[in-house]
Design a protein around this ligand. Structure first.
Ligand SMILES: Nc1ncnc2c1ncn2[C@@H]1O[C@H](COP(=O)(O)OP(=O)(O)OP(=O)(O)O)[C@@H](O)[C@H]1O
Ligand SMILES: [Mg+2]
Length: 143
């Protein structure tokens, strides 16, 4: 399945993220792809709000802590940033496998550099910067 949209502001990207609860019903491993500043973390604000797991303003980039956890009534979201993780060994020490469960959703930025995560992911969401404010968002989910 492929779904595509274009947004004209961060607020629109958040609103789009709020609509993804059905598509991202747990358990899921989701790769969020796109350059620095593409809007991956912004989209997670909407996803977390949609699952009533966090207020959008409370969702911030897990740049230094690598994993942020948001618990909602229907799912526990783990927002993960692998920008600074370079080797498969470092990835293993994060223990992402331990986070996977029937009601968990892993939302991973910069995960595509690890073939194992590419193989195991259920959904890939790509964000492409078209201009200062415009983003093309493409969702590909495995059947
Ligand atoms: N249409 C849009 N959708 C999302 N963000 C937008 C849009 N237009 C402008 N922006 C701005 O782009 C920036 C996106 O930053 P964000 O932290 O979400 O990117 P990121 O992909 O997570 O980057 P990084 O790889 O550095 O973590 C924000 O400052 C946001 O306000
Ligand atoms: Mg980010």
């Amino acid at each position: 399945m492929t779904r595509e949209t274009t947004t004209q502001s961060a607020e629109e990207t958040i609103a789009f993220g709020r609509t993804l609860t059905e598509l991202l019903a747990p358990p899921k491993l989701v790769l969020l792809r796109g350059d620095l500043g593409a809007g991956k973390t912004t989209l997670v604000k909407g996803i977390a709000a949609g699952f009533e797991a966090a207020e959008e303003e409370d969702v911030t980039s897990p740049t230094f802590t690598l994993v942020h956890e948001y618990r909602g009534p229907r799912a526990t979201l783990y927002h993960i940033d692998l920008y600074r993780v370079d080797t498969a060994r470092e990835l293993e020490t994060l223990g992402l496998d331990d986070l996977r469960s029937d009601n968990s959703i892993l939302l991973i930025e910069w995960g595509e550099k690890f073939p194992r995560l590419q193989r195991e992911c259920d959904v890939q969401i790509s964000l492409e910067r078209q201009s200062e404010m415009e983003r093309k968002i493409i969702i590909r989910s495995q059947p």
